[in-house]
Design a protein around this ligand. Structure first.
Ligand SMILES: NC(=O)c1ccc[n+]([C@@H]2O[C@H](COP(=O)([O-])OP(=O)(O)OC[C@H]3O[C@@H](n4cnc5c(N)ncnc54)[C@H](OP(=O)(O)O)[C@@H]3O)[C@@H](O)[C@H]2O)c1
Length: 254
């Protein structure tokens, strides 16, 4: 086992499920103590259990990323418990769509804008404010999507707008803070093996068939494949990678 994150403290939002849980587990398996965050306690507790069962260290903190006070308290909890914040992965996000833009409820627009854009903005602020006080700085990875600046898809206009914002916010923030010792990058996944990539009414078997027929690789990405890309960007292996947006999409946008 490699341990690129030995004795480092990592924070992962949206870590109670899907991609976020895989990232939290992968960081813990490479030596990080991981603070896992989300709104619901129960899935976070399960992520902590999985990490501890595998011999790692983790702490669950409930936080809504759309709430500035929650996000500040989350970063403070990481520092109080483990002494620093070295890695942060802003993964929490929601997809509301499937229908044409004109038929999207306004509440769904606001929910996506809140979690996907304001949530990343607030987290970046709180994380950078901590990391720039640390001699070793820190590394941040935001989870965008190919449905942002890389690709377009019917039924996803609002979601795509929020994810394009994540890609662009990443690049701007990266320039603002690299001289503070904080490296900021993004990963843009294509379809990943979580319920979010199922079309309305689609089964997992139908998704597998669709991927076989339409994706260059012939299958969607695993959560571990997204985690591997995130860990690369968060690690010293990527020490001169700044403001990039790494696409991991089975060749969908090749
Ligand atoms: N799956 C895909 O195909 C795919 C493709 C491209 C990009 N992505 C992106 O990857 C990320 C993870 O997606 P996923 O597929 O793993 O979906 P998921 O299982 O639904 O995970 C999203 C997580 O975010 C948390 N969350 C949502 N709103 C939150 C808020 N306001 N505050 C705090 N936590 C919040 C949720 O937990 P709570 O409900 O408990 O808060 C949940 O654990 C998202 O940003 C998504 O847009 C996914």
């Amino acid at each position: 086992m490699t341990s690129r994150f030995h004795d480092r403290t990592a924070l992962v939002t949206g870590a109670g499920s899907g991609i976020g849980r895989a990232i939290a587990l992968a960081l813990a398996m490479e030596g990080a103590q991981v603070v896992v965050a989300g709104r619901r306690r129960e899935p976070l507790t399960e992520t902590v259990r999985l990490i501890e069962e595998a011999g790692g260290k983790a702490l669950a903190v409930t936080a809504d990323v759309t709430d500035a006070a929650d996000v500040q308290a989350l970063v403070a909890a990481a520092v109080d418990r483990f002494g620093s914040l070295d890695v942060a992965v802003n993964n929490a996000g929601v997809f509301r769509g499937g229908q044409p833009l004109a038929d999207l409820a306004e509440a769904d627009w606001h929910e996506q804008l809140g979690a996907n854009v304001t949530g990343v903005f607030l987290a970046l602020q709180a994380e950078v404010r901590q990391m720039r006080t640390q001699p070793a700085g820190g590394a941040i990875v935001n989870i965008a999507s190919i449905f942002g600046v890389h690709a377009r898809h019917p039924g996803a206009a609002a979601y795509s707008a929020t994810k394009a914002a994540v890609s662009v916010l990443t690049r701007g923030a990266a320039l603002d803070h690299i001289r503070d010792g904080v490296r900021i990058n993004a990963v843009s996944p294509g379809a990943v093996e979580t319920p979010m990539s199922l079309r309305p009414g689609e089964t997992e078997a139908e998704r597998t068939e669709r991927a076989a027929a339409t994706l260059p690789l012939g299958r969607i990405s695993t959560t571990d494949e997204i985690a591997a890309a995130v860990l690369y960007l968060a690690s010293d292996d990527a020490s001169s990678v700044v403001g990039t947006d790494l696409v991991v999409d089975s060749g969908a946008t090749a």
